[in-house]
Design a protein around this ligand. Structure first.
Ligand SMILES: [Mn+2]
Length: 283
């Protein structure tokens, strides 16, 4: 799978953005709120507020949104990946399970068995596949972006403060580790759709068990939630933009962590979802 240096330089601060799923308008609003401007060519420009800020997209920027918004999202991320990274890297991409799965469909991955179920899922969950197959140019942009995705990044400020970023939550023994199993687990966790009646805290018990009262944070997305969910050092920032809630980011500045959100702007149809709430302990 994917590669490269997973260290985020500590001389920059970071805007870490959760699951976008085609919510391009909300992405732009959030970046404007965080001190970037957007020029007439749709390129992000920095201001005195954002001069030293880099951006990390936490995966799942495609699927669920409308074709029009998904197209705009891919074009915007592509253009700004080239633009912001022209001198040094300032935009980082983390691989989500949607990028991974769509990639497997569009390159005809031989390990992806095409049967009734995968054909049904392709329509149901991975609507970018049809769009990319219709639009070869967009497909080439996506394939290039896919090649820039990393499975994880780590910001290691000092012995007391670090932030590890992955798309999905995973047990600590896999976090920031090498190997096929670890890489798989950082991109996708046990499925909620396959276990619809199981409370999330039962489905992913390691999150509570392994959570610590320290500042070595693990920030992830993937588990669409009504708001940012944090238990000790485990934080989910997927706040269900495409389901009509909000798009959120975590902001890492030296050894300080803060959050920001912008609401869904109703410029496309929202997707349907029933939440399964994380860190919803009865006791
Ligand atoms: Mn996901």
């Amino acid at each position: 799978m994917i590669k490269r240096d997973n260290t985020l330089p500590i001389d920059s601060s970071y805007i870490i953005i959760g699951d976008i799923h085609g919510c391009i308008d909300e992405l732009k609003t959030l970046l404007l709120k965080q001190g970037f401007t957007i020029d007439k060519n749709n390129l992000l420009q920095t201001t005195s507020k954002s001069k030293n800020r880099s951006i990390v997209l936490l995966g799942d920027f495609i699927d669920k949104g409308s074709d029009k918004k998904l197209t705009e999202t891919i074009e915007f991320i592509y253009a700004n990946f080239k633009h912001l990274n022209r001198n040094r890297q300032k935009l980082y991409l983390i691989l989500g399970n949607h990028e991974e799965m769509v990639y497997r469909y569009i390159v005809n991955d031989p390990t992806l068995i095409i049967n009734e179920k995968t054909i049904k899922n392709r329509k149901l969950y991975y609507n970018s596949v049809e769009l990319l197959e219709k639009e070869p140019h967009l497909k080439s942009l996506f394939l290039e972006l896919y090649s820039y995705c990393s499975i994880w990044y780590k910001y290691n400020y000092n012995d007391n403060f670090s932030v590890t970023l992955t798309h999905a939550p995973c047990p600590e023994k896999y976090l920031a580790q090498k190997g096929e199993e670890a890489e798989k687990r950082m991109v996708k966790c046990r499925s909620r759709s396959k276990n619809p009646n199981m409370p999330l805290d039962k489905l992913l018990p390691y999150l509570k068990e392994e959570a610590k009262d320290n500042q070595h944070y693990h920030i992830f997305g993937h588990l669409s939630q009504p708001n940012i969910r944090q238990f000790k050092n485990k934080i989910c920032i997927d706040t269900s933009a495409i389901y009509g809630d909000s798009l959120s980011c975590a902001i890492v500045q030296q050894d300080k962590l803060s959050f920001d959100s912008v609401p869904f702007e109703k410029l496309q149809k929202k997707a349907n979802q029933r939440y399964n709430i994380l860190f919803d302990f009865v006791n």
